[in-house]
Design a protein around this ligand. Structure first.
Ligand code: PHE
Ligand code: ZN
Length: 876
């Protein structure tokens, strides 16, 4: 199944399917190495696809074909043609039943697509193109069918699940039994799911707005059954929220969630039967950090919201992926914002976007939110499709306002319920419902790259007018040299010298949204008595880079006076970026490294300000990560970045030791655990203080960390302490903590993954050798994506300083791992290789060494299509 050169698929080549599948009956006889799959498809010629009876193409990968029959008559080989990726069947009538029997091997399936075994439990993953690994089928999302599924298995697998409602069950011959499920909603094959295992479940129920009772079940292995409460609670909150905010009710009588240890992604929205990566659903205070609890809430919400934005209304083809993902990420982000701190959620999301999506937009795999070509669709489950896609939906929300947007989403769901549609259909519904013109706005779907805004201003004292001039441009991306201007909502306010908001019109408005549509545009504000300070791109109203020549004093002023919380944080980041760039410059030229006293003073006043919420204080104190400094640089000088950041951290830690110490002590009070926004914020602030304190590597500070490590009553505090010990304690103390932690938690998969990840991310010099040892540790398993992400991803994506060591050893290590991984799980191999594909942005020697590592992969023999696409595009 390996092909050196997969072909490219183009959006412009989309054609409606020749045949439709009205009904799909599936019958599984589960056996680890030889599962028998019988399917009966009710097929009919698609009236919208033209004349005649062309042959019918069925996708199929890694399948053994046992038999194929039309209307009960077995087909002999001359009636169908075997192709590398499926079969082509001759057809002589417009409507017929197609019966197919195939045999598959779940036990040896390490790709984790199709049907596979995870710790003895059968599980499927069909998005995007996994169903073709189960049986021959027209595996494309615009074919929607009603599924009925019978599962036959030995009784050691008491739980047999599929989509929809259970309609019958009973014993079979031997010690087998069966269950039959029927899903009343038409769906594409990518939403099919099957689970079989010896599982326990938690049960709850939800009464919908219209009074229907829905049974909620969460299935896990027995040992994890105490870790499901948070997910069920999150699910009920999500169901309530979607009714309140979007008017969307759940539509089946039962909703199931299953936790599985081996999973390529976070979770999957299969109709009525969501399957989750264990790491994204299981949690208890003793084992999960606050970040994990919040991630679970957002992913549970995300998968649930897909029931409407994805399942009831689905995608016509995979180029439209952002139709469901961008919209659903926007929905889950708003859900999380409503459940927790809105400002913190926004800050976290924007950090992720700027650090990682901007890097994607500037790299060799850059693509529009709606890509126009791909080799492997699984390479396009990207931050661009998900997070930038969500920002595009958020901009529509900003342009239409909340009421216009809700009218638009109502119209979208009403118009397209039960259909497979396009991003264009979504935008048109928004336009039709609001009468707002989005013609130019559509370029956000077709043009890749991060737009850059440059803002200058001018104040005319005699007239009292203030003019803002905005220029926009967008750098070239692969296949797109020239970009046309985007339609950009620029939210802003103006501050007077006392920090008050200026009124912008006759109605007392103090904030407005400028609509930028030209390459250069000016906006005039009149009747002002002094030159204002602009607070630009409030709440990050568009996914752009924005440049305005702020002075340090102006940034300090915004940091303490802006009414927009997001921009207060953003001012703190801009300040830090300015300082870090000076430090890098000094480092490169052999000058003296120095942090401006104003910056230290600003951090001090943040720490001492009792009026600020702890959540905001914690955010304001974060120095930009090395990765985000790298992303903001034109040429990435890894060594200078590491040196500059390290110096800034040390200097702040030493200068403000007393303040950090006092804040830490004030917050370090013993209390029972709660997940309230306040407690989460206080833990975050406390642990930020601990990190600064321990950066000094003084015995006093490390004793605090050890004390916290020994006595913490929750994983957030415990893990934070472990992390600073690993990074800053002496060898003996660090090793003891690592060992003690492992002995305590080695039976808990999620905690072990956290433990692996922290060691991989350690910035200790020469940490690569520790990572090489971890690869040999019994807890490591190349077949388990979570372990791979923890150790290999933790190192390559989360350990900037050690991965970018000047000898290139980090890159070579990654290349070797990726080569081995590709034979087992191509999707994960292609995900992990990304850090070295951005070699062009690095200075001199590092760029060269990354490229050598890439070539080594390219020359290593047959690559999967997934890995080939990423590596070849980055070598271009
Ligand atoms: N559709 C899933 C989600 O976003 C992600 C996913 C893609 C999972 C492909 C598995 C495979 O919720
Ligand atoms: Zn999704």
């Amino acid at each position: 199944m390996r092909h050196a050169k997969p072909s490219t698929i183009y959006l412009k080549d989309y054609r409606a399917p020749d045949y439709l599948v009205d009904n799909t009956h599936l019958h599984f006889e589960l056996k680890p190495k030889a599962t028998l799959v019988k399917s009966r498809l009710k097929i009919r010629r698609n009236p919208a696809a033209g004349e005649g009876l062309p042959p019918l193409f069925l996708d199929g990968v890694d399948l053994i074909l046992l038999s194929i029959a039309i209307d009960g008559a077995l087909l002999s080989p001359e009636h169908y043609e075997k192709m590398p990726q499926g079969i082509l069947v001759s057809v002589d009538k417009p409507e017929f039943f197609l019966d197919i029997q195939t045999c598959i091997n779940p036990e040896d399936n390490t790709t984790l697509e199709g049907l596979y075994l995870s710790n003895g439990m059968y599980c499927t993953q069909c998005e995007a193109e996994g169903f073709r690994r189960i049986t021959f089928y027209p595996d494309r999302p615009d074919i929607m069918s009603k599924f009925t599924t019978t599962i036959v298995a030995p009784k050691e697998y008491p739980v047999l699940l599929s989509n929809g409602n259970e309609i019958s069950r009973g014993p079979c011959e031997g010690d087998h039994h069966y269950v039959t499920w029927e899903d009343p909603f038409s769906k594409p094959a990518y939403l099919f799911a099957l689970v079989a295992g010896n599982l326990q479940y938690l049960e709850d129920c939800f009464i919908t707005a219209s009074g229907r009772k829905v049974k909620l079940q969460l299935f896990t292995e027995e040992k994890n059954i105490n870790k499901g409460d948070h997910a069920l609670r999150s699910l009920k909150n999500a169901m309530r929220w979607d009714e309140a905010v979007y008017g969307r009710e759940y539509d089946l009588d039962i909703f199931m969630i299953v936790a599985v240890d081996h999973f390529n992604m976070g979770a999957m929205e299969n109709k009525g039967l969501n399957i989750f990566n264990s790491a994204c659903v299981l949690a208890s205070p003793e084992t999960a950090t606050d970040a994990t609890f919040q991630r679970i809430e957002s992913i549970v919400g995300h998968e649930y919201f897909h029931n409407w934005s994805g399942n009831r209304v689905t995608c016509r083809d995979w180029f439209q992926l952002s139709l469901k993902e961008g919209f659903t990420v926007f929905r889950d982000a708003e859900f999380s914002a409503d459940m927790n701190s809105r400002a913190v959620k926004r800050i976290e999301d924007v950090s992720l976007l700027r650090t990682n999506q901007f890097a994607e937009d500037a790299g060799p795999m850059a693509h529009p939110v709606r890509p126009d070509s791909y080799m492997e669709i699984s390479n396009f489950y990207t931050l661009t499709v998900y997070e930038k896609g969500a920002e595009v939906v958020r901009m529509i929300h900003t342009l239409l306002g909340p009421r216009g947007f809700r009218k638009g989403s109502d119209l979208y769901f009403e118009r397209h319920d039960g259909c497979a549609v396009t991003c264009e259909d979504f935008v048109r519904a928004m336009e039709d419902a609001s009468q707002i013109d989005l013609v130019q706005f559509r370029r956000w779907y077709s043009q890749a790259g991060t737009p850059q805004l440059t803002v200058t201003d001018y104040f005319d004292e005699t007239l009292g007018t203030y003019v803002l001039t905005v220029r926009q441009s967008c750098p070239p991306t692969p296949g797109q040299r020239e970009k046309r201007p985007f339609h950009i909502p620029l939210k802003l306010g103006l501050l007077d010298k006392n920090g008050n908001e200026l009124v912008l019109d006759g109605q007392g408005t103090t904030q407005c949204v400028l609509e930028i549509t030209e390459a250069e545009q000016s906006f005039e504000f009149t009747e002002l008595s002094e030159k204002p300070l602009p607070s630009l791109l409030r709440d990050f109203s568009a996914p752009v880079k924005i440049d305005y020549p702020y002075s340090i004093d102006q940034l300090l002023f915004l940091m303490s006076n802006d009414s927009d919380t997001f921009n207060r944080w953003d001012a703190s980041q801009r300040l830090a970026f300015l300082a870090l760039s000076d430090l890098q410059q000094a480092y490169r030229t052999g000058g003296v490294l120095q942090l401006q006293p104003e910056l230290i003073a600003a951090y001090r006043s943040v720490l001492l300000n009792r009026d600020l919420e702890p959540a905001l204080v914690a955010e304001l104190l974060q120095l930009p990560s090395e990765q985000s400094i790298a992303e903001a640089s034109v040429h990435i000088d890894a060594e200078a970045i590491v040196a500059a950041r390290e110096f800034a951290l040390q200097t702040l830690a030493e200068a403000l030791f007393g303040e950090f110490r006092a804040q830490y002590t004030a917050l370090n009070v013993r209390k029972s655990f709660s997940l309230s926004a306040k407690d989460i914020a206080e833990r975050k602030l406390k642990n930020t203080c601990l990190l600064y304190l321990c950066a000094t590597e003084t015995a006093d500070a490390l004793a605090l960390a050890q004390e916290q490590f020994d006595t913490a009553n929750n994983m957030t505090d415990k893990a934070a302490a472990l992390s600073v010990l690993i990074n800053h304690a002496g060898d003996k103390q660090a090793i003891a903590a690592i060992e003690q932690f492992y002995q305590c938690w080695k039976e808990d998969a999620q905690v072990v993954e956290l433990w692996l990840g922290q060691q991989s991310r350690s910035s200790r010099r020469g940490n690569l050798s520790a990572v090489e040892k971890l690869i040999q540790h019994p807890a490591f398993d190349l077949k388990n994506p979570n372990r791979v992400r923890a150790v290999i991803g933790g190192f390559a994506k989360g350990n900037f300083s050690q991965f970018h060591r000047s000898d290139g050893s980090g890159f070579e290590f990654l290349a070797d791992q990726v080569i081995t991984l590709d034979k087992l799980n191509p999707q994960i191999a292609a995900q992990q290789v990304i850090p070295i594909t951005r070699w062009k942005r690095y200075t001199g020697d590092l760029a060269r060494k990354m490229k050598i590592a890439l070539k080594k992969i390219m020359d290593s023999g047959d690559l999967s299509g997934d890995l080939y696409e990423v590596v070849s595009k980055s070598l271009n």
